[in-house]
Design a protein around this ligand. Structure first.
Ligand SMILES: Cc1cc2nc3c(=O)[nH]c(=O)nc-3n(C[C@H](O)[C@H](O)[C@H](O)COP(=O)(O)O)c2cc1C
Length: 199
């Protein structure tokens, strides 16, 4: 059975355009069967910025952690565990102020753990999350794909590759704030790509 971890980061929860696109894809995967989907909605998770105390908790051996450090370390440990268990990571990613939502950055800050999800070697960093793919559903008010203003695509490719996930597909719905016709065309192009990816 294939395991999928779906991570939503729209402020609008299920009503977000990125969430709807991700769900369109997940519905198709479910229809094919033999898939288990775990969903995480970062708009309700209220993950704080990574703090010095939390990093110190990671760096303290489990047997030596205080009660508070166990709680702090567990945030990242449980996130890493759910990513490890997944064969495919689905990311629903709105563009907010020219970047990824800060909630997703806070989540990624718990995924990148030296010695656990990546390691440094003489030849540079090596990702430790093996045999996984990722599919990104990017919703944007404007149009950026293929331009220098698309900060999300290279960042996501680089971050995911850094932890070992280099098989990454992108589905874009762009220009959603540029009139009804543009939005309609963007959703229909995204739907075609979703059909292609879910076959
Ligand atoms: C706080 C906020 C910031 C936004 N910033 C941008 C932006 O920088 N560039 C852009 O193209 N669209 C921007 N938008 C529009 C969103 O990308 C668009 O509404 C998209 O559908 C959001 O995805 P979602 O519906 O899944 O939340 C912004 C929207 C909000 C609410």
């Amino acid at each position: 059975m294939k395991t999928v971890l779906a991570i939503y980061s729209s402020l609008n929860g299920e009503q977000g355009n990125s969430s709807k696109l991700a769900n369109e894809y997940l519905t198709k995967l479910e229809a094919k069967g033999d898939v288990s989907i775990k969903r995480v909605d970062l708009s309700t998770m209220e993950l704080p910025h990574l703090s010095s105390e939390e990093m110190q908790a990671w760096m303290t051996a489990p047997a030596e952690r205080s009660e508070a450090q166990h709680v702090l370390a567990n945030r990242s440990d449980s996130i890493v565990e759910s990513v490890k268990q997944a064969d495919e990571i689905v990311l629903a990613v709105p563009m907010y102020n020219f970047g990824i939502p800060s909630s997703l950055k806070a989540y990624f800050d718990r995924v990148a753990r030296a010695g656990i999800t990546f390691k440094y070697t003489e030849n540079g960093p090596v990702g430790l999350l093996e045999n996984k793919s990722a599919t990104v559903f990017a919703a944007r008010g404007g149009i950026y794909a293929g331009t220098d203003f698309d900060t999300q695509t290279p960042y996501l490719q680089h971050f995911l590759g850094f932890v070992g996930i280099s098989n990454v597909n992108f589905v874009y719905a762009e220009g959603l704030a540029m009139g009804e016709e543009q939005a309609k065309n963007a959703f229909s192009a995204a739907s075609e790509k979703i059909i292609e990816l879910s076959e």
